[in-house]
Design a protein. Sequence first.
Length: 286
Amino acid sequence: MPTGFMRNNARISTWWAASLLMLAALAVFACVRTLSAAEDPPVDLPVSRTWSGDYPVAQLDRLPEGQRRSRVGYLGDKEVFAAVWKAFKPGEEVPDVDFDRNLVVFSRNVDFYNRTNILKVTLKGGVAEILAMETMSALPIEEKAAMALAEIPRAGVRFLQAGSERIPVSGIGEPAVGRSGLIVLDSPVPGARVSSPLGIRGRARGTWFFEGDFPVDLLDASGNLIAKGFCTAKGEWMTKDFVPFEGTLSFGKPVPGGRGTLVLRKDNPTGLSEHDDALTVPLSFR
């Protein structure tokens, strides 16, 4: 047999062997990926209690500011929950919820009026997702929207899936993270009891600032402005990286034990609403 033919035959055999080894490696890799995905399925969170009913549209401002237009959201502290409950179930006693351990999530109508119930809440990779059932109608939302609430464990829940977006879930005593991920407030933390002067400290992407600062408001339980001012970058702000910021608000004495909201607004010199962004943090007053 010619030597050249034998060499070519050997090369073809080697090529086939290498190809088969590569296909086998790809098959093993795909199998491992499939097994990994199968090992991390969504987990059904235990639901302690559920409530359903109608919620007045005129009282939607009692919901956390970044969630007032959202189909789903969460209530993470006793003061916000009590304010929402009094509009949701007027005249009924506010349920006692341990917000150190639990959250109350909600699902509501945003397009048409349909009675709704929360069937279950799943958790995967720190992201909670609400599965709700609604009746089907074409009734417009006028004075009321149907809403459902559910109490779930707080542990492990870092985000709440809201359509294509994720709402950051801030734990009691943990830094507050903006919905867009552009700002983190280290102090005060959600649920903190505060007094005047109120020191504010955190970090934000450079795009949150304009001319080195951004506006901040302090509101009372009714949404009235108590104080306003600015937080200032403590470094070069013309960057896409995180930049430390600080600020101070001084205010008169609100009702002791009353709740309030700190609002840190992205500076938007364009005035265009599509560039608006804000981080809202529930507080209480000493």
